[in-house]
Write a protein that binds this ligand. Structure first.
Ligand code: BG6
Length: 489
């Protein structure tokens, strides 16, 4: 591994994400040698804390990761802390001095990575002050890694982006979408562009429809405060689902570089049909979970408005108006308190134009099934291809069989977690697995139409039972097109 020399400034250093994901990811990069002597992290938040206390906190968050003797302590010595009120310009002067010292002490050569992992209303203020108060360097790189949510509609996202742009250029900004850090989401491109047998059929001549499911078993848990203000459309559709769909729909990039991939994803999202309000009403389904035994319905969860109209489920039909996809629906769905926790993609191919086996005299009553290519993203990782084959035995009937590849448990264990991958990519300056502004802008413009409609019309909630796959209308959405969800209960 090549060492990345970097000085990281983390806004939100005592937050949940930092403790659960960021320190563990950095530690794994350290163990693999991607980070070594020449890195340091300056953590900030409003709490007062000494460097030693901060180092203890970091040690505590990585305590479950197997390590060599003394490795964790050595790692923790790269962490420093500075209490900071992001709204006070004079506080940035303190940061500036600390950063200058650390840069010298650790030989990070002016490479600065600013990481925002805190309440989004401060993202813009921090970015502006980073420049104004002189925290940027001229001798290394300056990069910004920014957590979601990136705005709550197009206008607020644009405002945030304009603020960030006062300090950072687009190629210095890394917007996190952790779905892009998932092994099997990254695998979509290898599957498509590495296999003529797949890509040759990847169009409206052979594909009937594509289904994307991001299903969760848990409810809102402790995040009701955030979630009730957001809803599944903003929380999962605008970002994760759009990013997955863009990779499924995009054209082949000229080369596998971040710029080339980005261009194609943007083009794909640009051809996503933006609905009129009445089209939106016809093509989007929302749901909210009801009670289940002793478990309260969504409206009675702690921190949720008892009259909340927030959706915990979304299903939709998306259409791309381009040469490749014209006429092929992309059905997507996501929700809380569904049957199980999993993410999968089902690509349903068209049936043969003529079914020569459907001859009543041959005894084959069952028509041919559709070929289905399934990408298992999580918790299983792999692919399955459903084909039609001859049923073993006398006579001639057909039945569906599966070709299947699942990653082994040991391969999965070795696969880095999304945050480790994405941190590493940001340190290397690779944008492939981050969302560009244009992608986010198109996604918001698409989603805003639905949101506006839903904000006006009062929903009939609750409308689905925990442990189901959502409201009946989600089944109806496909049934009216003569189709079914491949994964169903
Ligand atoms: C987050 C959402 O972005 O993704 C959560 O805010 C959701 O509500 C989570 O639970 C799902 O991610 P994963 O990786 O567990 O599928």
């Amino acid at each position: 591994a090549t060492e990345n020399k970097a000085l990281i400034t983390l806004f939100g250093a005592t937050g949940d994400l930092a403790k659960r994901k960021l320190y563990t990811s950095l530690f794994k990069l350290y163990q693999k040698g991607y980070l070594a002597d020449h890195f340091a992290l300056l953590g900030t938040s409003r709490h007062e804390m000494s460097d030693e206390e901060f180092q203890e906190m970091v040690l505590n968050s990585i305590k479950d990761i197997p390590a060599k003797d003394g490795e964790a302590e050595e790692f923790s010595k790269h962490f420093f802390y500075c209490a900071h009120d992001v709204t006070k310009p004079e506080h940035y002067a303190k940061l500036k001095d600390r950063l200058a010292e650390l840069d010298k002490q650790f030989g990070t050569e002016g490479n600065r990575l600013f990481y925002m992992s805190m309440a989004p209303q401060f993202f813009g203020t921090i970015a502006i002050n980073i420049k104004k108060q002189g925290l940027l360097t001229d001798n290394g790189y300056n990069r910004l890694v920014i957590e979601k949510p990136f705005g709550r509609d197009f206008d607020s996202a644009k405002k945030l982006n304009d603020e960030l742009s006062q300090t950072f250029e687009e190629n210095q900004i890394f917007r996190i979408d952790h779905y892009l850090g998932k092994e099997m989401v990254q695998n979509i491109q290898a599957l498509r562009f590495g296999n003529p047998v797949i890509e040759a059929l990847w169009n409206n001549r052979y594909i009937d429809n594509i289904q994307v499911t991001l299903s969760e078993k848990l409810g809102v848990e402790e995040r009701a405060g955030y979630y009730d203000n957001s809803g599944a459309l903003r929380d999962m559709v605008q970002n994760h689902i759009m990013q997955v769909v863009a990779q499924l729909a995009m054209e082949e990039p000229v080369a596998f570089t971040d710029d080339d991939v980005r261009v194609e994803k943007i083009k794909a999202l640009r051809s996503l049909r933006v609905y009129t309000p009445s089209q939106a009403a016809a093509n989007f389904v929302r749901g909210q979970y009801g009670a289940d035994g002793s478990q309260p319905d969504y409206r009675h969860e702690d921190g949720v408005d008892p009259e909340s109209g927030t959706e915990t489920f979304v299903a939709a039909k998306l259409m791309f108006d381009n040469y490749r996809w014209s006429g092929v629906p992309f059905y997507v769905r996501t929700g809380k308190k569904l049957a199980d926790k999993f993410t999968r993609i089902d690509v349903v191919f068209k049936k043969p134009l003529i079914d020569i086996f459907a001859n009543p005299n041959s005894g084959n009553e069952q028509a041919l099934h559709s070929n289905v290519l399934t990408v298992f993203v999580e918790p299983k990782s792999g692919f399955a291809l459903q084909l039609n084959a001859k049923h073993v035995g006398q006579g001639y009937t057909t039945e569906p069989v599966d070709l299947k590849f699942l990653q082994s448990d040991s391969a999965k264990k070795e696969s880095p977690e999304p945050y480790e991958r994405l941190f590493h990519d940001a340190l290397e300056g690779n944008h492939t697995n981050f969302a560009s502004w244009a992608e986010i802008a198109y996604a918001w413009k698409f989603v805003d139409v639905i949101r506006n409609l839903w904000d006006i019309e009062k929903p009939q909630f609750p409308n689905y039972t925990p442990g189901s796959m959502g409201p009946a209308a989600a089944t109806e959405l496909l049934a009216r097109d003569g189709r079914k969800w491949v994964y169903d209960l």
